[in-house]
Design a protein around this ligand. Structure first.
Ligand SMILES: Nc1ncnc2c1ncn2[C@@H]1O[C@H](COP(=O)(O)OP(=O)(O)OP(=O)(O)O)[C@@H](O)[C@H]1O
Length: 285
């Protein structure tokens, strides 16, 4: 369980707080998407969960962040990293080895995982990300998407309770982005791992996450299921968040009383709503 209470943070070099009065509870095993306009504070929010603030970036930190009851201000970064695995935006800066297998081994050895457990952990992590065949490849020769998967596998091998990923599909084409979300979702369900993903592609988030968090100027403006949040497509647009087109289309039809039911999150949902409309069953009474 992650409990964030009245969190405010100002970077030491910054004039104004970047996070303002954040309250957020994330149950174990949840799949959470965080989105918002550029510079709204999404990455900073994840830094509060993985301890990068205040441990690496000092500043004025108010409120509390607890992961499994551990206060991230009081615990050391090493202790937090045993609970929270992170994949940052700049994958290259995260890589420490030149070969894929060594990259996965590095964290396991550093964490003091018993030698007898290590081979199985490496196999499992590579298999979970579908990259077993990359094991002996040079990291420098991998595509952006493959490096992304290696970075995630390296963190999964450590079996963190929480996995935080900052824009994991930034370098990926649409099909690879979907593949990464498929793998993350499956892993989260199978292992009960809490996954928090910062992502600009709201359509992708809406298909996969249980909870969608919209950050606006350092505050949580909306938080709920994708259906609940996408209800507010007009307000989201005002704060620089474009809803999926399928959602906006159906919301317009709903506003005119042509379609009933909740906001849709997927193209399939929009097709269903339009079919209902065309068959005469979708209109509101
Ligand atoms: N180390 C730092 N010191 C001072 N200010 C910082 C630091 N890191 C981030 N900021 C500022 O905090 C604000 C929020 O940045 P953050 O990266 O959290 O936003 P974001 O929503 O993740 O943005 P993006 O979508 O562009 O990645 C920005 O104005 C940024 O300049």
């Amino acid at each position: 369980m992650i409990e964030i209470s009245q969190l405010s943070f100002r970077y030491r070099e910054g004039a104004d707080p970047i996070l303002k009065g954040i309250d957020l509870s994330i149950p174990d095993g949840a799949f959470v998407g965080v989105t918002g306009a550029a510079g709204s504070g999404k990455s900073t929010l994840t830094y509060a969960i993985n301890g990068i603030i205040p441990h690496c970036y000092p500043g004025d930190f108010y409120g509390s962040v607890r992961v499994d009851g551990v206060d991230t201000c009081e615990a050391s970064l090493t202790d937090i990293s045993r609970l929270v695995g992170s994949v940052c935006q700049d994958i290259d800066s995260q890589m420490v080895s030149s070969v894929v297998e060594d990259e996965v081994l590095y964290g396991l050895e550093n964490f003091g995982v018993p030698k007898t457990e290590i081979p199985a952990r490496v196999d499992e992590a590579l298999a979970a990300m579908g990259i077993a065949e990359l094991r002996d490849r040079s990291i420098a020769e991998l595509s952006g998407g493959q490096k992304q998967k290696v970075a995630v596998a390296s963190v999964l091998a450590l079996k963190p309770r929480v996995l935080v990923l900052d824009e994991p599909t930034a370098e990926l084409d649409p099909a690879s982005s979907v593949a990464v979300f498929d793998l993350l979702k499956r892993y989260s369900v199978e292992h009960g791992t809490t996954v928090i993903v910062v992502e600009q592609k709201i359509a992708l988030l809406s298909e996969y996450v249980d909870t969608l968090v919209i950050v606006d100027e350092g505050e949580i403006r909306f938080c709920g299921t994708p259906h609940e949040v996408l209800e507010h497509s007009d307000k989201l647009l005002e704060i620089g968040v474009n809803c999926p087109r399928s959602t906006s289309l159906v919301n317009r039809l709903r506003a005119r009383g042509l379609v009933c039911g909740p906001a849709v999150c997927t193209v399939e949902g929009a097709v269903c709503a339009c079919e209902g409309l065309l068959s005469g069953k979708g209109a509101c009474a």
